[in-house]
Design a protein around this ligand. Structure first.
Ligand SMILES: [Zn+2]
Length: 418
């Protein structure tokens, strides 16, 4: 990465960010000192930052760690990450940083086509995660009506959507599919008639073409995706024409790195590494998002401004499992499942045969017997994977209510160095 690839605005913002952060932020300063770097470094001099380092810093320096650029009294918002892959992390925002979230969410909504006059149902529980509150704030910014559906059952949510004639639903892709299922089970299909848009968040699903088309068909509405992280901000806004996501280049430095943390080749998958340029209170420099994306130097088909991530977030790097020497992303298996008509909930299990060979089992709810054969074919041809498919009856597998937990790893523990 060189400064030449940054926009002039990004270049100025990066210099200002580094100046303020390295002068005042103890966490960032100590990272630099450990590297033996003096003066104002280039961004590329810094090693990419993993979430683990922030969590460890917070454990050593309770309650909020040392990644704080200002005195505590300057901070007005406290968030907590979900902690599904480790202890939760507390992230603080100043009033200025919170305004930045609000503006970026408004941008996402605007490109998604949400306007004043829209009524947007927020189908999630309002907890300590920034996502919900930022969504709410973004809607205020564009002048749309926010309908908070926290603390409701799916049936109550469907009834509220019907009664208020909501024009859009905002939720995880997993939950969008669940809501459709409940609507059918409870004969509430009509409840979604007023909805013309589904905004998906929190999981890669809505970037998967087969998941998206299922949601679009079920809701008879368009489906857009966006992406962000508590630690790195709302970096991905939807491309309504070319699909996938855009990253605003004046707001974020966007790098895509391979397993060795070097720039990925064009056309290859890599990990998205993000530097938000205007969030100074809890800054992250070269943050490893754990999101897998495809590296391209092309503009999106509609010619929009901004870095284009074709296919959006295509998986999580921490979900990736190596089976018989192949990188396997559960999202690719999900995409195949959604391609088969009549398929419902599914569960992927990675396990070891007594011989020591690693295998994949896919339990999937299927309407027709021919579905299993078709699924096997897709796996073999498109993914090059041999998968044991176990068809099960509809309604047998657990229903995830928010972010999906559909992967079980039962492989035998490997002893390093033996
Ligand atoms: Zn575009």
């Amino acid at each position: 990465m060189s400064a030449g690839t940054l926009t002039p605005v990004a270049s100025d913002r990066l210099r200002e960010l580094l100046e303020v952060v390295l002068e005042r932020n103890a966490f960032q300063r100590s990272r630099l000192e450990q590297l033996g770097l003096d003066g104002l470094p280039q961004l590329g001099d810094l090693p990419p930052l993993a979430k683990r380092e922030l969590v460890e810093d917070q454990a050593r320096h309770p309650q909020f760690g040392t990644n704080l650029t200002y005195p505590l009294e300057r901070y007005t918002q406290l968030w907590q990450t979900s902690g599904t892959t480790g202890p939760p992390l507390r992230v603080l925002d100043t009033a200025e940083d919170w305004t930045w979230w609000r503006e970026l969410f408004a941008h996402t909504l605007t490109v998604a086509g949400v306007r004043a006059g829209d009524r947007v149902a927020l189908a999630f529980s309002f907890g300590p995660h920034v996502q919900f509150w930022a969504a709410y704030q973004g809607l205020q910014e564009v002048g749309a009506m926010a309908l908070a559906l926290g603390g409701m059952t799916s049936v109550q949510r469907l009834q509220t959507i019907a009664e208020t004639e909501a024009t859009a639903v905002w939720c995880t892709p997993t939950y969008a599919l669940r809501l459709l299922e409940v609507a059918v089970e409870q004969r509430l299909d009509h409840a979604l008639e007023s909805v013309r848009q589904v905004i998906c968040t929190g999981e890669p699903g809505a970037s998967l073409p087969a998941v998206r088309s299922r949601i679009e068909e079920g809701f008879n509405a368009t489906c857009v995706d966006h992406a962000g992280l508590t630690e790195a901000g709302p970096f991905g806004s939807p491309c309504p024409d070319g699909h996938g996501l855009h990253v605003l280049e004046d707001e974020f430095v966007c790098e895509i790195l391979d397993d060795d943390l070097r720039p990925s080749d064009i056309g290859q998958r890599g990990e998205l590494v993000i530097t938000p340029l205007r969030r100074t209170g809890f800054p992250v420099l070269r943050y490893r998002t754990g999101d897998a994306v495809v590296n391209t130097d092309e503009r999106c088909p509609a010619g929009h401004e901004g870095r284009w991530l074709p296919g959006g977030i295509v998986g999580r790097t921490d979900d990736m499992v190596v089976i018989r020497g192949m990188n396997v992303y559960p999202s690719a298996i999900e995409e195949a499942v959604r391609h088969v008509s009549g398929s419902g909930e599914f569960r992927i299990t990675f396990y070891s045969e007594p011989s020591g060979m690693d295998e994949i089992k896919l339990e999937v709810e299927l309407d027709e017997g021919s579905g299993a054969r078709r699924l096997q074919e897709i796996m073999r041809q498109q993914l090059g994977l041999r998968v044991r498919i176990v068809p099960v009856n509809s309604g047998v597998l657990p229903r995830p209510d928010g972010k999906s937990r559909r992967v079980v790893d039962e492989r035998s523990v490997r002893l390093v160095g033996q």
